[in-house]
Design a protein around this ligand. Structure first.
Ligand code: ISJ
Ligand code: GLN
Length: 833
């Protein structure tokens, strides 16, 4: 039997793909997705009506999805409105969900009102008319036990329910209102408010047309699966209606207007000339050697021994690996240090540009470094270029001893993420900084904190033997005084009995910092922005907004700005009270006071990033198993909240759980867009974890990428990889709120169109075996080399930025949000104290 065919009208919700997945798995349906403003069906076109009717003939039914905005706004509902207006001869069964449901109610004459307080991520018992005697015909709730479902809405259909007396209510609520004869109420939620009960219409049926709708979200991970039977009932009713009406779906020419899943980045066969020319070095061999890592040697020590004085650095540091009181799962097992970054090939991309810059350093002294620009053609994006570069270099010989054999390491900004979801960044940004900078790392160190090993690794061509280089690196490490007994070389004033843990001590406050100017967000202004967010939420435009603000720190340049000090020259701390601590010293200081599983120190593409991020964004293995760990719900450690149990009591409340749930549902949607229906699960929901200075509530969402049928075709031209997921899920949902696109547009406005830049972006790697791990750039500091303030006295100052914020919902308080932002800011800001 052929699969039922359903057209899903997508109103740009961050839950749409979850609905599509549910329809697909529940009804075994082929679901085609069409945006409500699809240019293929333009209501302004003279042929619109015929084209719409023609398109609809191919489907057994339509589902009008949820979304931001109001059913009264043409732009927000788009094509939905035209579905309700179909003439009798073109009718087909339709189900409206949330915004789609509200739009149906409005088409029947209902008005829209704002809820007293929006209900987002709130789980409620749905009171439906399964037991009303006359209701079997057309009642999609028939024979379904009472169930709980998640709500995401600020608006509500008003059919006059507020005017009905307590006495009349029991009978009234299941009848068509006299003034709205087309509306048959099927479900309600009665929400206790301050001193009264708010009656919220949760489901309806059109009394004469095959239109049904409900307000709740059946696809949410927290909605009872028993409620899914409503959809089965709906489809059964739809089938019966079509049979009675003699409607037949036209099976011909089912060319997909828009598939429910993104095409893979490799599905467009075009190969850029540049990529083709650079396919000469694709045959990578992997050689490594493992050493025992003495317990006292830390990641920064290794960096200083091997990378001293070098300009470019990429260090992913699980700085909390040995921290007490942090759960094993969140400590971070590995750290990765890229070596010789300045000799690595590099891609740089500025959002909005139609080109990628490829920087190829010379391989010999005689050659010059080259800087080439590659045009991005047609519908291609930077992600297509990266995927095509990586694909021929992919290996099936995945080494299980290391998470990273070599491959891409780098960062992407929040603005790159905005581009990924079609949110316009500002036309003139006043700079050409990279929004994506990925280096192709062939020499690296991987530290396994669990096994206490250090692995020296090299990706090389089949003809070359890296043995000598590896031995040299091993010798440098093992022959160092530090390795043997923890002693620093060349430091005259440190006696041998005077054990020193670090080569570079964490920065100590000096008198220098009086010239440092710190500009923290104004508390009143921040509270005002929280209220603005809540106005947008109350209007139905967003369910949750991750509001952020930036603190800037202007200070004299730490000349010469470079990474770790040259240990041979002894320049390992401020040499005098007037010298500004270097970024490396700041990093060491931050990792000491706020050790985090996703710490990083990066100097690449003109940026310096110092991060103590606790949040994993996305991890994937070579077999396409992807995992995301959205974090929402933060409480600062204090005397009053010192234990996990205390934090759990604070975080397991509806407000905090709802914030997290919303992002879980959003992340499921992002993963569904590539993994496809039925391939996303939530193995961990709302778990409180302990970090160095905060407790965080975390969920884990997993997806499985489509597996290639051809087992031999690693990176086959059609195959998906972790890059597909990365491209489909930026910017991180925990930093935007939901629905993602509308929320980002609103946040741009409220945050004053100021770039978030590296903050709210991601940092991580993807290796030749297809494995990747990316963290969200939060609890971090960054600066750009070209951002210099010229002083009157001719001196120059550098500017550091720290972003911080939190999720605003209908239940937030402005003071609470301000405190949360300040709490998160405190950690990174403390390094300037
Ligand atoms: C916005 C920040 O953090 C984000 C917001 C969180 C929250 O609202 O609880 C928690 C972790 C991050 O996803 C930040 O650290 O600046
Ligand atoms: N989830 C939705 O579809 C929400 C609908 C509408 N924007 C509201 O907030 O009420």
């Amino acid at each position: 039997m052929s699969h039922p065919r359903i057209l899903f009208l997508d109103a740009y919700d961050s839950f749409s793909n979850n609905v599509v997945s549910l329809l697909n798995t529940l009804l075994d349906a082929e679901v085609h997705v069409l945006p409500i403003d699809s240019p293929q069906l333009d209501p302004k076109s003279p042929t619109f009506h015929d084209a719409l009717v023609d398109e609809l003939r191919r489907y057994d039914a339509v589902v009008c999805g949820p979304g931001p905005g109001s059913p009264d706004s043409e732009a927000d509902v788009g094509l939905m409105k035209h579905i309700w207006q179909l003439e009798d001869e073109h009718l087909l069964p339709v189900l409206g969900i949330c915004l789609g449901f509200q739009s149906l109610a409005v088409s029947c004459g209902a008005t829209t009102k704002k809820l007293t307080t929006g209900l987002h991520g709130m789980i409620r018992q749905i009171d439906h008319r399964s037991d009303v005697a006359d209701s079997s015909e057309g009642n999609i709730f028939t024979d379904i036990p009472s169930f709980r479902a998640t709500l995401y809405h600020s608006l509500c259909a008003d059919i006059g329910q507020g005017l009905i007396s307590e006495a009349d209510w029991p009978a009234w609520r299941w009848a068509s209102p006299a003034t709205l004869p087309q509306v048959l109420p099927l479900a309600w939620v009665e929400e206790p408010r301050d001193g009264f009960v708010e009656r919220i219409l949760m489901g309806m049926k059109h009394t004469s047309k095959p239109f049904w709708g409900f307000q709740y979200h059946p696809e949410s991970i927290c909605s009872d699966s028993s409620g899914h039977r409503v959809i089965l009932n709906w489809f059964e009713q739809a089938r019966r209606w079509s049979e009675r009406a003699g409607r037949r779906t036209q099976p011909n020419r089912i060319e997909v207007m828009h598939d429910a899943r993104n095409p893979s980045l490799l599905s467009q066969p075009k190969v850029d000339d540049w990529i083709r020319q650079n396919e000469r070095d694709i045959d990578c061999r992997y050689t490594s050697r493992s050493l025992h890592l003495p317990a006292h040697v830390q990641v920064p020590d290794v960096v200083e021994l091997l990378q001293s004085g070098k300009q470019d650095q990429i260090i992913l540091d699980s700085a909390s690996a040995h921290a007490d009181r942090i759960g094993l799962d969140v400590r971070g097992r590995y750290s990765i240090i890229a070596l010789d970054v300045e000799k690595a090939m590099r891609f740089e991309y500025h959002a909005g540009a139609s080109q990628v810059v490829a920087y190829t350093p010379s391989s010999t002294e005689a050659e010059c470094n080259t800087l080439e620009t590659m045009r991005i053609h047609g519908h291609d994006t930077i992600w297509h270029v990266l995927a095509r570069f990586l694909q021929p270099r992919r290996t099936k010989q995945c080494s299980a001893e290391t998470p990273f054999m070599g491959g891409f390491m780098g960062y992407a900004t929040y603005e790159l993420g905005l581009e990924c979801i079609d949110v316009e960044t500002f036309t003139d940004r006043g700079h050409q900084r990279p929004d994506l900078c990925f280096a192709w790392i062939t020499k690296s160190i991987v530290i396994d904190h669990l096994e206490s090993t250090l692995r020296i690794q090299n990706l090389h061509s089949p003809g070359s033997d890296p043995g000598q280089w590896i031995d040299e690196v091993a010798r440098t490490l093992q022959n160092s005084t530090l390795w043997a007994d923890g002693l620093r070389v060349n430091v005259g004033n440190v006696g041998s009995t005077n054990f020193k843990k670090h080569l570079t001590p964490p920065m100590t406050p000096t008198g220098t910092l009086c010239s440092t100017k710190i500009q923290v967000p104004d508390a009143d202004e921040y509270e005002c922005k929280v209220r603005q967010c809540q106005d947008f939420i109350a209007a139905g435009d967003s369910y949750e907004l991750c509001l952020t603000d930036q603190t800037s720190i202007t200070r004299s340049t730490s000349a010469p700005e470079s990474g770790p000090p040259d240990i041979s020259s002894n320049s390992w701390g401020p040499s005098s009270a007037t010298e500004t601590p270097s970024s490396w010293q700041i990093y060491r200081s931050l990792r000491a006071c706020q050790p985090a599983p996703f710490g990083s120190y990066i100097r690449l593409g003109g940026a310096t990033l110092i991060s103590s991020s606790p949040e994993r964004f996305l991890e994937y293995n070579g077999d396409g198993l992807c995992s995301m760990r959205p974090m929402k719900g933060t409480v600062r450690k204090s005397d009053a909240v010192a234990t996990l149990e205390q934090a759990e009591r604070i975080l397991h409340i509806p407000k905090e759980e709802a914030e997290n749930l919303m992002i879980v549902d959003l992340v499921r949607h992002d993963l569904h867009s590539v993994c496809g229906p039925g391939h996303v699960i939530v193995p961990q929901l709302l778990k409180v974890e302990e970090y160095a200075s905060v407790f965080q509530m975390i969920s884990v969402v997993q997806g499985q990428l489509p597996v290639n049928d051809d087992a031999d075709a690693v990176g086959d031209d059609q195959g998906y990889s972790g890059l597909d997921i990365l491209a489909a899920s930026l910017p991180p949902g925990s930093m935007t709120g939901a629905p993602k696109k509308r929320s980002c547009q609103i946040l741009q406005q409220i945050e004053g169109r100021r770039e978030r830049s590296l903050y709210s972006g991601v940092v991580g790697y993807m290796d030749i075996a297809g494995r990747g791990d990316w963290s969200v750039t939060i609890r971090s500091l960054f600066r750009w080399d070209d951002e210099i303030v010229h002083q009157h006295d001719g001196t120059e100052q550098e500017v550091w930025h720290i972003g911080a914020g939190g999720a605003v919902t209908a239940l937030s308080t402005p003071e609470g949000e301000r405190d949360e932002m300040m709490t998160k800011l405190k950690g990174p800001l403390a390094v300037f104290d």
